[in-house]
Design a binder for this molecule. Structure first.
Ligand code: SF4
Length: 401
């Protein structure tokens, strides 16, 4: 497979580079419920259980209220709010809007100027629900399509069909979502190259503003892990997966989308600002079971158990299970690793200004070696992965971590 050794710098790279700088932050609300567990998923989520919904919403509401007391956000501006999961759309629109209003009340800012995202799964929300979310202030929707082949969807344990996914996209547009993202997966059991091509072509025909595409990975403690161990999971071979990736690259080049991160593609101006802040190693506040907060280099993790989480908040006990202060050097390395995920890479002088560390001197021979191998390059003052480096990103990261 031929891979171009050149990655264009996006025209928007300047604004992407700006996200996550001091003074701004994102807010993440983790909704840990799913209708049922998909066979490959290792994220923390529990089967949908209506009895916990109100308790969960009250607990998150309360924690957001408490956050105001820390005053950390007072001199900072919230830029993005992201409701992820799990499956946020298992909650009623009224509950989701209630939490969003609480964010607005406590963190301030103007909803129209922010990026306010919600992840939904087809077959968990109808047109009326989408309209209510849009009117409530959500202005970006990310739909978990994964595949447009019913057999594949069934095999990975998804609830919806391809028709459900198409209907959700059309309803979301009609409900007024002008910023729409689709999630797709390749390398699925039983998936051939032709089937992936069909899914990708159909997905692009829907004219999404943003696409996230991930290769299936087999995670421990999932049903797929057990099946793979038994040798009965019919995964495509490495060559087939490489052909899928090559087709993806060539097809995207002909589309209105541009790759801006290893797994993410967007129309110019529609890059996910919330995730760009993560990749720039910016600050964010996370609320919900298992959510993580990163406040100016201090990382705080919340209890990943819905029941305990709700009980603790109700009893006014702490839900923090881990808190660590990263050293300047740790933050520097994380910023390099995460920033390299973006095709524009990381600005060398911005790194030095932010951390007082010169990346070229710091990485020395390791960096030279990666450059000689053609995996990374310096272009217009930015350190970035080459086309080959994007394919071998894990190798590069392990050298620099
Ligand atoms: S819907 Fe998403 S979070 Fe829920 S089980 Fe499936 S993959 Fe995991």
């Amino acid at each position: 497979m031929s891979v171009p050794n050149f990655v264009p710098v996006l025209a928007e790279q300047r604004s992407l580079a700006g996200a996550g700088q001091a003074g701004t932050y994102g807010v993440y609300i983790h909704v840990p419920f799913c209708v049922r567990k998909c066979s490959y998923c290792s994220f923390y989520s529990v089967p949908e259980s209506g009895e916990w919904f109100d308790l969960y919403v009250n607990a998150v509401h309360e924690l957001i209220e408490l956050e105001a007391l820390s005053k950390w956000g007072l001199e900072r501006r919230v830029e993005t709010i992201f409701f992820g999961g799990g499956t946020p759309s298992v909650l009623a629109p009224k509950q989701l809007n209630h939490l969003l209003q609480q964010c607005g009340r406590v963190f301030g800012g103007t909803f129209e100027e922010m990026e306010i995202s919600i992840e939904v799964n087809p077959a968990t929300i109808d047109y009326d629900g989408l309209v209510r979310l849009r009117r409530g202030g959500f202005n970006r929707i990310s739909i978990g399509v994964q595949s447009l082949d019913d057999g594949e969807l069934e095999r990975i344990g998804r609830l919806h069909t391809a028709a459900d996914a198409l209907a959700t996209v059309s309803r979301a547009r009609k409900a007024g979502f002008a910023n729409l993202s689709l999630d797709l997966m390749y390398g699925l059991p039983g998936q051939g190259v032709a089937s992936w091509q069909q899914t990708l072509d159909q997905a692009l025909a829907l004219k999404p503003d943003h696409l996230s595409m991930y290769e299936l990975t087999i995670e421990p403690e999932t049903p797929f892990f057990v099946l793979a161990g038994q040798g009965v999971l019919d995964l495509p071979g490495e060559d087939e997966v490489l052909t899928m990736m090559d087709y993806t690259r060539r097809t995207i080049e002909q589309s209105r989308l541009q790759r801006y991160e290893i797994s993410n593609y967007a129309r110019p101006g529609y890059e996910c600002r919330h995730n760009v802040n993560y990749w720039n190693n910016g600050s964010y506040l996370g609320f919900g079971p298992g959510a993580v907060t990163c406040k100016s280099g201090r990382r705080i993790t919340m209890l990943a158990d819905v029941e305990q989480f709700c009980r603790h908040v109700r009893a006014r006990q702490s839900v923090i299970v881990d808190e660590e202060e990263l050293t300047t050097e740790e933050r520097f390395r994380e910023t390099v690793i995460m920033g390299l995920r973006m095709t524009g890479g990381v600005a060398l002088n911005a790194l030095e200004t932010r951390f007082g560390i010169n990346p070229i001197v710091y990485y020395g021979e390791s960096l030279d070696h990666l450059m000689q191998q053609g995996l990374v390059e310096i272009h217009q003052g930015r350190l970035r992965l080459t086309g080959q480096g994007l394919l071998l990103a894990n190798t590069v990261m392990s050298e620099l971590v």
